[in-house]
Design a protein around this ligand. Sequence first.
Ligand code: MG
Ligand code: ZN
Length: 217
Amino acid sequence: MITKVNLEKKVLHENDRLAANIRTTLTAHKIFSLNLVSSPGSGKTSLLERTLKALGNDLNIGMIAGDVQTENDANRLIRAGGKIVKPLVTEGACHLDANMINNVLNEIDLKNIELLLIENVGNLVCPSSYDLGEDMKVVLISTTEGDDKPLKYPSMFRRSSVMVINKIDLLGTSDFDITRVKQNACSINPDLKIFELSCRSGEGLEKWYKWLKNQVN
Ligand code: MG
Ligand code: ZN
């Protein structure tokens, strides 16, 4: 057991070192970067599709689409107009790590991008431990999930700077209480910036776009 803990510490230490290098590189290229994390099905890819369609002409956006298997999400983003979209298939690993990101970034001409959006593997547990060198983590939660998720997965909400509540068009069709989810999330991390939106109806997306543009500029 002790050996396992030590090994994990070593892995995370090496990851942090590499992530720090990535952060330095991205900062040097004036690239603003986000690491999108959530359970499977919360709408990470949908939010990225919407973002590409709305901002793809104004901003040079690079995307890395992580998945355990298939390049389906990357293909969706290319169909949505993504010019620089890299699939990152983990072949079973349940999170992205800095080494994977480093390898993908080596294939991208960083001079051509100003916003880097990374879609992590759908998983609210270990992606919180792996720094990818991003500026901020964005955690998504949808109204079809439990509103106690911030309490169940505190580490993810603590380490995120932004929370996006997606699928607000479905509010009222389940017991999900949007006031309660915000209270739960803020009890873990009072500094969370919160967006309420629907990638399906489009409601609330303008605020997200505006915020994103401000961060880049
Ligand atoms: Mg996805
Ligand atoms: Zn994992």
